[in-house]
Structure formats: C-alpha cells, structure tokens
Write a protein that binds this ligand. Structure first.
Ligand code: NAD
Length: 483
C-alpha cells in the first residue's frame, strides 16, 4: 500500500498508486473500473481510485437494507460510542486526510486541516445527540407519543468544495438516528471519502456505512432507487432539481442544500477599512468555492471607490498557488470544468464593467485564477446574477437602501448573506428584510452545529444542523394509545 504522503509524486498509472478501496458490505474492495483523480494545482492526475458500477451499487444498497434494522435497534448511546470512535480515528489520521483534501480539492493545507478538525468536532457533536420520544398528550384515557424513527437507508451525495466535512454533515446525523448510509462523493474529490470508508471499516458493522465512487453516473440511480429511503444532497441547484425530479416515483424524502448568490450589503455607517479584509476573505476563502461565500457586494455609491481601492490592495498582496506550498494564501480552482466556467464569467464581465483587480488566469497547467474584482456591472450581467463559485467579485453601488434590498432579493437564490454596519441593531433590522436561509451581521461562515441552516427558494429544501437538521433523518411515528 502506498503511503499517502507519497501520492503527489507517484505516476498515476503506477500499480502502487491506488491505496484506495470502496467499502461495500463491510469489505474494502476494488471497483468495477478505476479512474484518475487530478490535482488542480498541477492539472495532472495524482492517483487512481476505484470506480463502482451499477451492480456494485446494487450490492451496497442490498447490504445497507440488511444492516439497517439491527443498527436501528441499538441504543443512541451504543451508536454514539461508535460515532465517537470514528471521530477519534479520523483525528488520528488528520495529516493523511488533510493532505488528500489539498491534493484532490486544492485548498490550502492549513485550511484542509481545519476541515478535518471541524469534521471531527461535528462527528463528536452528532455522537451526543438524541431525539427522545415526545409525549404530545397525556390524560383523559389518552397517551399520544411522537417517536422519531430512522428513515432507513440514506444516500449521502456530496459536492467537491468541502469533500470530507459535507460528507460528515450527512454521516453523523444519519448514523446517530439509526440509518445506514451510502456515501457518494463528487467524482473529482473521492479520496477523502474513500479514506473515511477505510477508517469506518474497522469500527462500524458491515453495511452501516459504505462508499461508492462514480463518474456522475450513479447519483441518478441512488435518487430514484426504491431501496433508498432518503437522499441528503448537497450540490448545485440544477442537479438538486434533478434529484427532486427523480425522487418522485418512489415518494422519496430529500434534503437539498444547493447553490447561492449571497450578497454582502454595506450600510452607509460601515467602516470600509474594517470591512474590506473581512469581505475579501468572504469571497476568496476556499478560492470562492463556498456555498455561503460572498458572491456580490452592494455598497453606497459614495463608498465604492474607497472599497475597491482597499480590496485591490488586498488582491495585490494575495499569493495564488499550490495549497501544499508554504506562503500560498489562495489555492487553485478545484477542477477544470469549474475553472473554465469562472474564466467564462470573467470574460463576460470584462466586456461590461470595470476591472479593478486580477482578471487573468495564471500561466501553467494548474487551475489558478487570482482574486478578481469588477465594479459597476449592469445588474442583469451574468456575474451579478449567476453563482460564480470562484474568487471573482462584482461590486455594485446603490443610492437608496430599499432599492439595494430589492436588488438583493431579486434572485432565485436565497442561501446566505451578510450585512456590514457600525450599528448592529440596524443591521439586524435590515438582515430581516433579506430573503435568505441565513443572514449574518458583521460576521460570516458561522454555522454552529446546534443552529439549523439551509436555503430559501432555489437554494434548497430542508435544514441541516440543530434538532431540525437531525429530524430530517427521521420520520415521526405517532403512537396513540387508549390508557
Ligand atoms: P453538482 O451538483 O455538480 O454535484 C454534486 C453531487 O451530485 C456530486 O456528487 C455529483 O456526482 C452528484 N450528481 C450528479 N448528477 C446527479 C444526479 N442526476 N442525481 C444525483 N446526484 C448527482 O455540484 P458540485 O459542482 O459538486 O458542487 C458545487 C455546488 O454545490 C455549488 O452550487 C454550491 O453552491 C453547492 N453547495 C451547496 C452547499 C449548501 O450547503 N447549500 C454546500 C456546498 C456546496
């Protein structure tokens, strides 16, 4: 078996280059085929991984259906102990997980370690959760109880921007509530999920957690399969709509965490010098590939010059490069398709607005786009209206706050957003007028595990985190007794 520390230097067709196996029915197995995984910092494959076919997926679904009833009969405490052990095992391999995340996804190694640490914390949090039966009515000869029972077999379908953490957001709550789970990572970032399967194989009963890697061909089978009871999906809105469509025949329940076009709104009392670095982090963190990243800015017209100068100064200091290299402050775009999409949006914006910073891909084979800022784009331009999912920001001026809020709300999306102000009460008031699942005031990316989050409109259905998020993985059984 290859050491993960060597992966970046191995030839992808080397027989040694694939330490990874699928986890199916308790066994670590080869795929029906294999495929290369590309390092976005080099544009070249760094390893091969197993790729499952439809028959292996059927085997996994059958194994999950066999395993789930016994798993559901265990107590919360028993399941919590095993999820806690999984968290410990992930933590013990933090270096391997972090390195894989940087190699497959591109983010800075320090941020990859942060993703692993947050994953461990989330699993530990999930391990301590319990949905107790609730007595809804008692007396006069009646006892009515609401019991939360597991959905059954959960398909956990994840995107590529936080490949381990988003998978854990599904795995933790699914397992603690008594479901079996089939993990299907994005095709460009499967290695961290495969390592999670390898770690879980030592801890969880056969069939309770399995890993299936595809090339965008098995997700549709999962979301239409009668052996899957619940799809917990995170990804783009167009794919989310497909999941919703293909779940209809089986009346499958789904939770959809989808895209966003989050606005940052600066009020006229905001201090530009304070806000600019935080705004800069809000659109460049993870190279802008965060569902809740700032994707457009609205600032009072009189502040736009000062804000753009400050953002351009920060862009000039940024070091875009390989996430494994010390000194890099922003990594590459995670895959070629996304890189080309972001470049296309830049070209479209160049023709319509004023370029403030960046605007050109860096030379070489890696997918590098430095922080790029435009100002004064037409409101109907693609960069203002679409989800760019990259380090490119349009700065738009406004003269009237009501009109700015109207422009923010004139979107199909409604995932997040930030109000920046020196007056927090005013900020909270304005935040309440933005149509969105979460609106932060003077902060961003704060997602406590006990607070539900999710999207409005085309940004999603259902919630994650908090009791509401946990309940998504269960259904209510009402027990109505005559006593
Ligand atoms: P994507 O929709 O292309 O893919 C997501 C997953 O769906 C992948 O695993 C993919 O293989 C799978 N898939 C593809 N076709 C499918 C089908 N027909 N049925 C079922 N599954 C299918 O998304 P992406 O490009 O990997 O991720 C980026 C998107 O994810 C962005 O829009 C981003 O905003 C969104 N996102 C949302 C959240 C959130 O919490 N709301 C978090 C992270 C990312």
């Amino acid at each position: 078996m290859t050491d993960i520390a060597d992966l970046a230097t191995l030839a992808p067709d080397s027989p040694e280059a694939g330490p990874f196996r699928l986890l199916v029915d308790g066994a670590l197995v080869d795929g029906a085929a294999s495929m290369a995984v590309v390092n976005p910092a080099t544009g070249r494959p760094f390893c091969t991984v197993p790729r499952a076919d439809a028959a292996q997926l059927e085997t996994a679904i059958a194994a999950a259906r066999r395993a789930q009833p016994a798993w559901a009969r265990t107590s919360y405490a028993e399941r919590g102990a095993l999820i806690g052990a999984l968290a410990d095992a992930v933590e013990a391999r933090i270096d391997d997980f972090a390195r894989l995340i940087t190699l497959e996804q591109g983010k800075l190694l320090g941020h990859a370690r942060g993703e692993v640490r947050t994953t461990v914390a989330l699993l530990r949090h999930a391990a301590g959760q319990e949905l107790k039966p609730e007595i809804l009515r008692e007396g006069d000869g009646t006892r009515i109880i609401e019991k939360r029972t597991p959905r059954g077999v959960v398909a956990a379908i994840a995107p590529w921007n936080f490949p381990l953490f988003i998978m854990a957001q599904k795995v933790g709550p699914a397992l603690i509530t008594g479901n079996a789970v089939i993990c299907k990572p994005a095709p460009t970032t499967p290695t961290s999920a495969l390592l999670l399967g390898e770690v879980a194989a030592e801890i969880l009963p056969a069939g309770v957690l399995q890993t299936i890697v595809d090339q965008n061909d098995l997700g549709a089978i999962l979301s239409s399969h009668k052996g899957i009871d619940f799809v917990s999906f995170t990804g783009s809105s167009p794919t989310g709509k497909k999941v919703l469509g293909s779940s209809v025949d089986t009346m499958k329940r789904v939770s959809l965490e989808l895209g966003g076009n989050d606005a940052a709104l600066l009020l006229d009392d905001a201090d530009v010098a304070t806000v600019a670095p935080r705004l800069f982090a809000g659109f460049t963190n993870n190279s802008g590939q965060i569902c809740l990243a700032t994707k457009r800015v609205y600032a009072p017209s009189g502040m736009v010059d000062e804000l753009c100068d400050a953002l351009a100064g920060l862009a000039a200091q940024a070091v875009t490069g390989d996430g494994l290299q010390q000194g890099t402050t922003m990594g590459p775009i995670s895959n070629k398709a996304q890189y080309e999409k972001v470049l296309d949006l830049i070209e479209d914006a160049r023709a319509q607005g004023t370029l403030v910073a960046g605007g050109e891909a860096l030379p070489g084979e890696g997918y590098f786009i430095p922080p790029t800022i435009f100002r004064d784009l037409p409101e109907d331009s693609r960069l203002v209206q679409e989800e760019q999912f990259g380090p490119v920001l349009p700065v738009q001026g406004y003269d009237d706050l009501d009109e700015a809020i109207e422009r923010i709300n004139a979107s199909d999306y409604g995932l997040g957003g930030v109000v920046w102000t020196s007056d927090v009460d005013r900020g909270i008031d304005v935040a309440g007028r933005i149509v969105s699942g979460t609106v932060w005031v003077n902060r961003q990316f704060d997602l406590p595990f006990d607070v539900p989050f999710g999207g409005a409109r085309h940004s999603g259905l259902g919630r994650q985190h908090g009791a509401e998020g946990l309940k998504e993985f269960t259904q209510a059984t009402i027990i109505n007794a005559s006593i």
